[in-house]
Design a protein around this ligand. Structure first.
Ligand code: GUN
Ligand code: ZN
Length: 434
């Protein structure tokens, strides 16, 4: 295959470590006039333009982005495809919100054509917002996941998804059975897991909607194939936590339910974790599990304030999630805007470099994909973004006052959204141009 080599010149910034572990200054690399070289969909070099240009052939194709910042593609570690059409549903907290709005909306995915239509809209929206990898809940219908993977495969995206397993405490029109959920998940795994850049996640919705039999089979599936993911929800809402105690009185607490059914591990991602206790954080960290912090959802559904410092204390892997449609934006920039305020309300700070880490390398680590995505290190997938400093008149004016990359980054996360993402590249291909 002939080598396709392209280079991109702009300011370039990426995380290289967790600021909580190495301090802020050692956590990132910034090239004020940088060059990113891409060979056949992978990054082959990154550095100062002045230094790298001398080593490259004179005729190399260089795209120069002025007044722009190149970063790694964003990673959304928790989002629901079949809730795209119900973002911003009024008035309820989690359990009533599920029954009133979510389940009826998800029921439409029994229709293959509807699933295909929404999968296209959903992926476009991810890319418009600079999200190049997401861990995605489908609906209970396998066709929702088929439609998603088919659309993602066309663009050679790195994506993870799974069919919801739920065999109780939901309307009849939306439940499977322990056995059918096992067989349908297995068929999707055989068809999609490891195909190109696609991965499968075993997806029990949350403890209240699965019988012990279904949770047992979810754990069994994880043992049957290498490198499968597991995604579910945990300790999002206080009523939910109480309900789990009633449904599983024999278990020590919410996390212990999942632990008992062998659902913890290095590729397990638990959404929310707002009401986790110290011991549960320790157990999650010990098993290499990760939590998806979902700021816009936690505020919108009135769920509570995620305790990021507690997670850091336990060295627990944390990624960011939009949790659309409980969350109100596909934008991880907007998600970080709300994350900052959640820390403020707890008397804590969220530095812009920690925020960058959460949206990129932290998410990649939560998904055990840090060798492939989340940074701009040579040898990794060329999934990256061009953020436009002039995206809106206010952003443009505000950034002219900026005195440092820290300030610029923080303002991008405060004022930025989908308009800020001028280009999105995945595997070296331009997959979104504003
Ligand atoms: N817990 C169980 N299902 C859901 C869901 O769809 N969204 C959120 N935010 N929490 C849940
Ligand atoms: Zn969710």
């Amino acid at each position: 295959m002939p080598l396709t080599r392209k280079a991109y010149r702009a300011a370039i910034l990426h995380s290289i470590a967790d600021p909580a572990e190495v301090g802020i200054e050692a956590s990132y690399e910034y090239f004020e006039d940088g060059l990113l070289v891409v060979d056949n969909g992978q990054i082959s070099a990154l550095g100062h333009a002045s230094e790298l240009l001398a080593s490259l052939p004179a005729d190399i194709e260089i795209t120069h982005y002025q007044d722009a910042l190149i970063t790694p593609g964003f990673i959304d570690t928790h989002i629901h495809l079949p809730q795209t059409g119900m973002v911003g549903a009024y008035g309820e907290q989690l359990l009533d919100w599920l029954n009133t709005y979510t389940f009826p909306c998800e029921s439409q995915f029994a229709d293959q054509a509807h699933a295909e239509e929404v999968a296209e809209i959903f992926i476009k929206e991810l890319l418009r917002n600079g999200t190049t990898t997401a861990l995605v809940f489908g609906s209970v219908h396998p066709q929702s996941v088929h439609a998603f993977f088919e659309a993602a495969e066309k663009l050679d995206l790195r994506m993870i998804a799974g069919k919801v397993m739920m065999d109780r405490n939901a309307p009849d029109y939306l439940t499977d059975t322990a056995e059918s959920s096992y067989l349908e998940s297995k068929a999707l795994i055989e068809r999609w897991h490891g195909k190109g850049r696609l991965h499968y996640a075993v997806t029990p919705r949350f403890a209240p909607t699965s019988t012990p039999e279904q949770l047992t089979l979810a754990g069994q599936l994880l043992g049957e194939y290498p490198d499968l993911y597991m995604q579910t929800h945990i300790s999002e809402n206080l009523q939910e936590v109480e309900w789990v105690k009633e449904l599983f009185p024999e278990r020590k607490g919410y996390l212990d339910v999942y632990d008992h059914y062998q659902l913890l591990g290095e590729r397990s991602v638990f959404a929310h974790g707002v009401h986790l206790c110290d011991d549960e954080c320790a157990r999650l960290a010990q098993t290499g599990s990760a939590v998806a912090f979902c700021p816009t959802s936690n505020l919108f559904l009135g769920s509570g304030l995620f305790n990021l410092p507690m997670a850091e204390k336990h060295k627990l892997n944390v990624g960011l999630g939009t949790d659309v449609g409980g969350g109100t934006s596909f934008s991880l920039l907007q998600t970080l805007n709300e994350a900052y305020k959640i820390m403020q309300l707890q008397g804590a700070r969220l530095s812009p470099f920690k925020s960058l880490y959460l949206a990129t390398l932290g998410g990649a680590r939560a998904l055990r994909l840090e060798e492939r995505i989340g940074t701009l290190q040579p040898g990794t997938d060329a999934d990256f973004l061009v953020l436009d400093y002039n995206a809106t008149p206010l952003l443009s004016y505000r950034l002219k006052q900026s005195k440092s990359i820290a300030e610029t980054l923080f303002v991008l996360m405060t004022l930025g959204d989908d308009r800020t993402v001028a280009q999105t590249y995945a595997a070296g291909n331009l997959v979104h141009q504003r």
